[in-house]
Design a protein around this ligand. Structure first.
Ligand code: MET
Ligand SMILES: [Zn+2]
Length: 775
């Protein structure tokens, strides 16, 4: 059956779960930031957004999605999709009081706060580097359907001649990602309000149906996660309860339920039985249950439904192996399943269009697929399923993949031989006790004070870097500037009285990209921006080949900094897991193999730092927790390779070299074993906002290494006073012996200004001295 022969109510044969919202040239970022700065009126912002949405829809149709029947998702957001749901549910936390401005003004007040209100907290969305605004719910949070903007966007599309599919975070995921507000009673869990929230979703669906929408998409990634407050089996029960109610609603569009970001195999048969119209599964990260597929029971359960097969990877930028995907799809179709071709998840996590890249090596470029190319791939596969010949497309991808596999730099024998030869001894340093003894010569005091690495990235630093990149100043001038910057940061830290100094990281545009630009095997893009949160986007590097280090990367900066002071200066590196987490990584070999290559490059860097007289090296792994698989069954293997790669990077350091690591998040209890496994001599972590919550699990665990729970929250310009920091240090000192306890901020200072940084660090040093004196 081809697209035109499908009954009108069927979802067309190709779709995607969502598309980047930021615009090919980050138009939305520019408009939104101009609006915040008062340079653009609300009407102008609204008009820019409408233009962007119209361009997106037209483009998606141009790339092969059907204009009718809800194939095009309506997945725009001004800031964040979870915040959109908060507004659609009318769930404004009471602490924001009566909001009298426009809906858009309220929206941004929740997102960003104002002079009287802290913004909603932001946290990572599943295992991605995207951050959402955390809903705050209590017993009294009002819920009332506010479908206006969903309806308006649907209508706007219709006027354009395109029948889109409104997209909303589903009720179960919404409540499981929410936190109890400060007003909530003890033990309150937002999920306890599921039935009320579901009723409001039903009203939203009614409004969409009344506007004529034939489909709606409800995203329930909670179905794939073992990292939520409730076990996965219970998530499924909650989903069944909510969708029994939604499915039973009389006036509603057809419902597509999605389960992106992981494996929903265990839930598949029960999801298939829900009284809804289409179910999605992520077939890149997950599977379908083999037995139920083989014995026909899955197909039977899906009999009255469409199944959106997420075979095109929405998390990565490589061209899909179309032949393999086509085989998967064909098998599903042969099993009697009504298949729609889709993506594993929303394409919001990939950049817009490969053809915007003018500087990438042409051969590398031919291996890549950004969002637009992925839409084309989905459309081609759908044609194939409908019986058209796509052999040419399949052959073309075969050729590209073979070319990639054989290209110089993709497999480098020496690098592979070195990884293969790295054994357990290379991952093990001498015992903790021996190291402690050897490191006494560093003369580190009790409650030693230090920072996490970066100092403020001032407008002058950014300007100098931009001038250098544009070729307006030469290397000598730029490097002279950086040396002056380092000298002033060292002087400042001596004045403040910190014990272990840093060089300040002025030379780094970004803690991953800096290394990506200096290592072989990486490429950087011009326009490969991906939304990180709100108006912020990052441009991940592409790790395409075997990784090696052609030359030292940080040594001269650290060496210069150390030459200016008698105090120890920490060398500063980004760890293998974080380098992988914040890049687009090759998908043709296990992540662990790639991590080992990065680790060996870092290992050489550490050796060179030590040769240059650096006695302390910090290897940052802030993404260690982020990459932890959502699926518990896959966590052990992850921890094995991630911890192993850190140990391979640091395992060559002699006993007298003090290895630090830094992880910035506070839900630390769940991976404490892994942190212990890193075998770093000192670990700094974020703790100020949670008021040292982490200290207790550490105490219980009998943690014996150095630990620096942050006493200064660097996420806002507020200067924490001496008393406040003293209090936090005391809480830590009550559980952790003085020689183990370090005193430091939560994270790097690059986003802060100098005034607040100096004041805060002076208070930190005063506070540490005060608690030292109490001992
Ligand atoms: C996100 S963790 C940042 C660590 C880095 N060394 C810095 O200080 O900025
Ligand atoms: Zn950090």
């Amino acid at each position: 059956m081809t697209a035109t022969e499908q009954p009108a109510s069927q979802l067309p044969p190709a779709t995607i779960l969502g598309y980047p919202r930021i615009g090919r040239r980050r138009e939305l970022k520019r408009a939104v930031e101009a609006f915040w700065a008062g340079r653009l009126s609300e009407d102008e912002l609204v008009a820019t957004a409408a233009d962007l949405r119209a361009a997106t829809r037209a483009r998606l149709v141009g790339l092969g999605l059907t204009a009718e029947g809800g194939a095009v998702p309506e997945s725009f957001s001004f800031y964040d999709q979870v915040l959109d749901a908060t507004l659609a549910l009318g769930a404004i936390p009471a602490r924001f009081g009566e909001q009298t401005g426009s809906d858009l003004a309220t929206y941004f007040t929740l997102a960003r706060g104002d002079s009287e209100h802290q913004p909603l907290e932001m946290t990572k969305w599943f295992d991605t580097n995207y951050h959402y605004s955390v809903p705050e719910i209590d017993e009294r949070t009002p819920f009332a359907a506010r479908p206006d903007s969903l309806v308006a966007q649907y209508r706007e599309a219709r006027e354009q001649g395109i029948e889109t599919r409104p997209v909303l975070v589903g009720p179960v995921t919404y409540l499981l990602l929410a936190k109890a507000s400060d007003d909530a009673g003890n033990g309150f869990d937002p999920i306890s309000r599921l039935d009320e929230v579901t009723a409001v979703y039903a009203e939203i669906l009614r409004a969409l149906a009344a506007a004529g929408a034939s489909w709606v998409q409800l995203d329930e990634p909670a179905l794939v996660s073992d990292s939520l407050r409730v076990p996965r089996t219970e998530v499924l029960t909650l989903v069944e309860r909510a969708y029994a109610a939604l499915g039973g609603a009389v006036e509603r569009p057809r419902i597509l339920l999605t389960a992106p970001y992981g494996d929903s195999a265990a839930a598949a048969t029960r999801l298939a039985a829900l009284p809804i119209d289409a179910v999605h599964a992520d077939l890149v990260r997950g599977d379908l249950p083999a037995a139920a597929l083989a014995d026909g029971s899955l197909a039977a359960a899906l009999a009255d439904k469409q199944f959106v097969a997420g075979v095109v990877d929405g998390r990565n930028i490589w061209r899909t192996d179309l032949r393999a995907a086509f085989e998967t799809l064909g098998a599903l179709q042969a099993a009697g399943i009504n298949v729609v071709v889709g993506t594993s998840n929303s394409l919001q996590h990939v950049p817009h269009d490969v053809s915007d890249e003018t500087k990438l090596d042409a051969r590398l470029k031919s291996w890549l697929a950004f969002a637009d190319q992925k839409v084309e791939q989905v459309a081609v596969l759908a044609k194939g399923l409908a019986g058209e010949s796509i052999e040419q497309d399949l052959a073309e991808v075969d050729r590209v993949l073979a070319d990639r596999d054989a290209a110089p730099g993709v497999h480098v024998d020496e690098i592979r031989a070195r990884v293969a030869a790295a054994g357990e001894p290379d991952r093990n340093r001498v015992t903790e006790g021996e190291r402690r003894d050897a490191q006494r010569t560093l003369n580190i005091p009790q409650l030693a004070t230090t920072t996490i690495g970066s100092f403020p990235q001032t407008p002058e630093i950014r300007k100098a870097r931009a001038s250098f990149v544009r070729g307006e100043i030469d290397t000598a001038a730029y490097e002279g500037f950086l040396r002056d910057e380092i000298a002033s940061v060292i002087r400042l830290q001596e004045e403040i009285g910190l014990d272990v100094l840093v060089h300040g990281e002025a030379e780094r545009n970004d803690m991953v990209q800096y290394f990506a630009e200096l290592l072989d095997g990486f490429a950087v893009t011009e326009h490969g921006w991906v939304q990180s949160y709100g108006s912020r986007a990052t441009r991940p590097s592409i790790l395409w080949g075997d990784v090696s280090r052609p030359a030292p990367m940080t040594v001269r900066w650290s060496e210069y900094a150390q030459s200016l002071t008698d105090k120890p200066v920490k060398g500063m590196l980004t760890g293998p897991v974080t380098i992988l987490a914040w890049s687009f990584v090759r998908d043709d070999q296990p992540l662990g193999d790639t991590a080992s290559q990065v680790a060996l490059a870092l290992r050489d860097e550490i050796a060179d730092l030590v040769d240059a007289g650096i006695g302390i090296v910090q290897v940052d792994e802030p993404a260690l927790r982020e990459l932890l698989p959502l699926d518990r069954a896959r966590q052990a293997a992850y921890l094995d390779w991630s911890v192993g790669s850190f140990r391979l990077a640091t395992g060559g350091a002699g006993a007298g070299v003090q290895i630090h690591t830094h992880l910035c998040y506070s839900e630390f209890g769940e991976i404490i074993e892994a942190v212990d496994g890193l075998d770093a001599d000192v670990t700094s972590i974020e703790a100020a906002r949670s008021r040292m919550d982490v200290v207790e699990p550490l105490g219980d665990h009998g943690y014996s290494r150095g630990i620096g729970p942050g006493v200064y929250d660097i996420h806002s310009p507020r200067v924490p006073g001496v008393d406040e920091q003293t209090e936090l240090i005391r809480i830590a000192a009550a559980r952790i012996p003085g020689e183990q306890l370090w005193v430091n901020p939560d994270c790097g200072l690059k986003t802060r200004g100098y005034d607040e940084t100096v004041a805060s660090l002076k208070n930190l040093v005063t506070a540490a001295k005060a608690v030292r004196a109490e001992a």
